[in-house]
Design a protein around this ligand. Structure first.
Ligand SMILES: *Cc1c(COP(=O)(O)O)cnc(C)c1O
Length: 811
């Protein structure tokens, strides 16, 4: 283990302040919310969207005493018990440290890059190699400048191989990754359109990506992506493809309903491989894996046997509803320390239940390495878990996990046999196991089924989008996140937990009962209620919810109510009507509001706000400008009248982008958080929700027949019609009927036929190779689908009915 002194020596830097240079460092921390072994942590004040220097006090309070900074931090200067390393560029320093660490190991590092499939190829190679090798793989999709550094930090002497994924989004990044990873073997999965916006051409992107392999001994990839002449014979390359120039040649491909038979020539030997995949992407990933095994010298028989055992992998962790009011976090496909840490962090963000349980399988390499055991025990002891169910050998060193009650089973079967004796009730349960333990059997018992139509919600996309909007506003401007209407259709506590963890400043709901639901689920952030009514005054107070106050009569009634209950200084938010003419005081009423507020001490104005009616519309910019000015006048008047300051806020999503002059003290972020780019200039915004269904039946029908109610779907040709399980009761509007709506199946856009039914509708899939159970994306582009029926994305999102199961993904 390195000490601070040693780190400074190898990186030739003198610490700015030293208290205890013999402190050992095993953890690199960049997020003060994620600290689990402060005594052995080194904090890096990175400058990302948020400046890490702002979180140094928090990290100190959690016990960290060693810091890498890029500027003078008065707090650190004022105390003595810290080590400070001051550098020009903190990320670069972190990367140099990791580069040094990586160079301590001689075993081969396999670097994996490409546009798609990196994580799958990595996870598959892991499975393919572990029967006889000790393999390290980078966790989840940790492939960025920071992710790669954190991944490499976990390298240790106990491995035979390391699999490291590398991803870039702009030119110049790969050289830095190459320096850190120093891959001996390069795997190039493919090149596609992802992140193309920062590159001038596909060629430029290819050249950039191949920089990862500039010092590798070999590059492995498809010859479609790696033209033979690319390296002029200067590099050893192993290619797969359709040509006999390829070392691995895909001769034929026979596709069945749920599997494919591949005839492959591996070197000189021809073999048949049956795999449970039919899609092109999976077949490509399989070819990459075959090529790596071939290069590593595996026998063809072994390659075929192991490839046939590959299963579809879910790379992301899923949050779903479980039995007995439990939340299930399903991460049952892989198990290693680094990814356990990420999953436990996610478990810790869950506030909706009073208890937390971890069901965990034995982990590759854990029993052999005392260093890993030590980390594992620390992680569990600081995890905040209530219960820990272990599947595997009951090692004596497990006794050192003292803070959590433990139940142990020798196998998954043993656990399942005793299942009914274990009580699961109102708790969050993380299920994490290595592939061979088949924890999907446990998930099946605990999770409620979500067949047919589901709304998948990508929680990472919400964080990403929040960061993007945060980067558009000054650092000291607060963020209020709109979670009204079930977070625009995407969830209640599931989304609120994430927002609370991401430290937004406020949440906003439409009605008091939405706020109550969040409080019951353990959300502690301040919550504003947009349309409170008299009947819910008591709930507001019981659950500490802050009402919007929009009229004199409401104000009077609320004050009376508070007086009756002898409550003082209750927080309220005053709303100004600047043209919506919905709720709110007119500017002309501000004087009387001041009068009323001066003569009482029941309420206190924490914020004063207005909602712009057309912040996204260029044609209304004159109007909008006038309204912002009018708001400002009223705000100044109110501040003088009240004699104290309050939070000023005006901007919704569009105004965050288009009206920097209206950022004031806080912004109210709505639709943008959920990935809809109303202003079409934030290409990095990520889609958050994806509504998916499946094909239930397929019919061949003749020209002239009709489809659906009232014979509205008239067939003008012999047609193939697919019935899918989504109808207007799920939120798929009848207006999408008769060809107006288009869905995506296997990469093709297909129109609806006939009227939309209550629970189903029909699609024209003539000429396409579509099968029962194929997946269907209902809104390929939410913006386009909304436009098709003359509405806005907001309406489509909030109309997805509650009977559609929500599944949350996180990685
Ligand atoms: C819904 C709402 C917002 C958010 O609007 P977006 O356009 O979704 O960002 C902001 N303020 C108020 C008062 C709202 O009702």
């Amino acid at each position: 283990m390195y000490t601070i002194k040693f780190i400074c020596e190898v990186l030739t830097i003198k610490p700015k302040k030293s208290n205890d240079l013999t402190s050992k460092i095993s953890e690199l921390v960049y997020d003060s919310r994620k600290v689990n072994n402060p005594d052995e942590s080194l904090f890096f004040a990175l400058k990302a969207t948020r400046d890490g220097h702002d979180f140094i006090i928090d990290a100190y309070e959690k016990g960290i005493r060693s810091f890498v900074v890029s500027k003078s931090v008065p707090f650190l200067e004022s105390i003595n018990d810290v080590n400070i390393i001051e550098v020009e560029d903190v990320l670069q320093f972190l990367q140099s440290l990791v580069t040094y660490h990586r160079s301590q190991f001689e075993y081969p590092v396999i670097g994996i890059t490409g546009s798609n499939g990196k994580s799958i190829v990595k996870a598959w190679l892991f499975q393919l190699l572990i029967p006889e090798k000790k393999v390290y793989q980078s966790p989840k999709s940790y492939n960025s400048q920071l992710g790669v550094a954190l991944s490499l930090w976990n390298l240790g002497p106990q491995y035979d191989f390391a699999l490291i994924e590398a991803g870039i989004s702009k030119p110049g990044e790969m050289e830095k990754l190459e320096r850190m990873i120093q891959p001996n073997i390069g795997v190039f999965t493919n090149i596609g359109l992802a992140h193309a916006q920062n590159f001038s051409s596909k060629q430029e992107k290819l050249i950039e990506k191949l920089k990862l392999f500039s010092h590798s001994d070999v590059i492995i990839g498809g010859s479609d992506y790696l033209p033979y002449d690319q390296f002029n014979g200067q590099k050893k390359i192993v290619t797969w493809g359709k040509s006999d120039q390829d070392q691995i040649q895909l001769l034929t491909e026979e596709t069945h309903i749920d599997h494919s038979k591949l005839k492959i020539r591996i070197g000189e030997v021809i073999c048949i491989c049956q795999v449970p995949f039919t899609d092109r992407a999976s077949i490509e990933n399989i070819m990459s894996c075959v090529s790596v095994m071939y290069f590593l010298g595996y026998e063809v028989e072994t390659i075929v046997e192991r490839i046939q055992g590959l299963k579809p992998l879910e790379m992301r962790l899923q949050l779903k509803k479980g039995i007995n009011q439990c939340s299930i976090i399903d991460d049952s496909y892989s198990n290693d320390l680094a990814s356990l840490k990420i999953s436990l962090e996610f478990l810790n963000q869950q506030n909706q239940h009073p208890k937390k349980t971890l069901i965990l399988s034995e982990m590759e390499g854990l029993d052999e390495s005392e260093k890993l055991q030590h980390k594992f025990i620390d992680l569990l002891n600081s995890s905040g878990l209530d219960r820990f169910i272990w599947v595997g050998q009951d090692y004596t060193w497990l006794k050192e996990i003292r803070n959590v009650s433990k139940i142990s089973f020798e196998s998954t079967e043993a656990l399942l046999a005793k299942f009914s004796d274990i009580k699961f009730d109102n708790e969050s349960i993380l299920i994490k196991g290595a592939r061979k333990f088949h924890f999907e059997k446990i998930v099946q018992k605990l999770a409620l089924r979500s067949h047919g139509t589901v709304l998948e919600i990508n929680l990472n996309a919400i964080s990403n989008n929040l960061m993007i909007y945060r980067s558009l506003i000054p650092k000291d401007v607060k963020v209020m996140a709109m979670v009204k209407a079930f977070s625009y259709g995407s969830g209640s506590f599931e989304v609120a937990n994430l927002l609370q963890f991401s430290k937004v400043d406020y949440l906003t709901v439409a009605f008091a009962d939405e706020g109550v639901e969040l409080r019951v689920a353990g959300i502690g952030l301040p919550i504003m209620v947009l349309s409170p009514d008299r009947e819910t005054f008591q709930s507001l107070i019981d659950y500490n919810l802050e009402p919007e106050v929009y009229s004199m009569s409401f104000l009077n009634e609320f004050i009376d109510f508070l007086q009756l209950h002898q409550i003082k200084d209750y927080k309220i938010h005053l709303k100004l009507d600047t043209g919506m003419h919905r709720l709110g005081f007119f500017p002309s009423e501000i004087d009387s509001v001041i009068d009323r507020l001066r003569n009482q001490d029941q309420v206190r104005v924490v914020s004063f706000f207005t909602h712009l009616v057309a912040s996204g519309d260029v044609n209304q910019d004159g109007f909008t400008k006038e309204k912002i000015e009018s708001y400002l006048k009223s705000a100044d008047k109110l501040e003088i009248g009240l004699g104290y300051k309050f939070i000023r806020h005006v901007a919704n999503t569009s105004a965050i982008v288009r009206w920097p002059s209206a950022h004031f003290d806080m912004v109210r972020l709505g639709i943008g958080l959920y990935g809809v780019d109303m202003d079409k200039n934030l290409p990095n915004l990520e889609q958050v929700s994806c509504l998916k269904t499946t094909v239930t039946q397929i019919k061949e029908l003749s020209k002239g027949e009709t489809v659906g109610y009232d014979r509205k779907g008239i067939l003008n040709r012999d047609s193939k019609i697919a019935t899918v399980k989504i109808g207007y009761a799920d939120g798929y509007s009848r207006r999408f009927g008769n060809g107006v709506g288009k869905m995506l199946i296997n990469g093709s856009m297909v129109p609806t036929v006939g009227n939309i039914c209550m629970d189903m509708c029909m699609l024209d899939v003539t000429d396409l190779d579509i099968r029962v159970a194929d997946e269907v994306i209902v809104f390929p582009s939410i913006t386009q689908s909304a436009m098709d029926i003359g509405t806005i994305p907001y309406e489509l999102l909030v109309n997805i009915s509650s009977r559609v199961k929500r599944v949350y993904y996180f990685e």
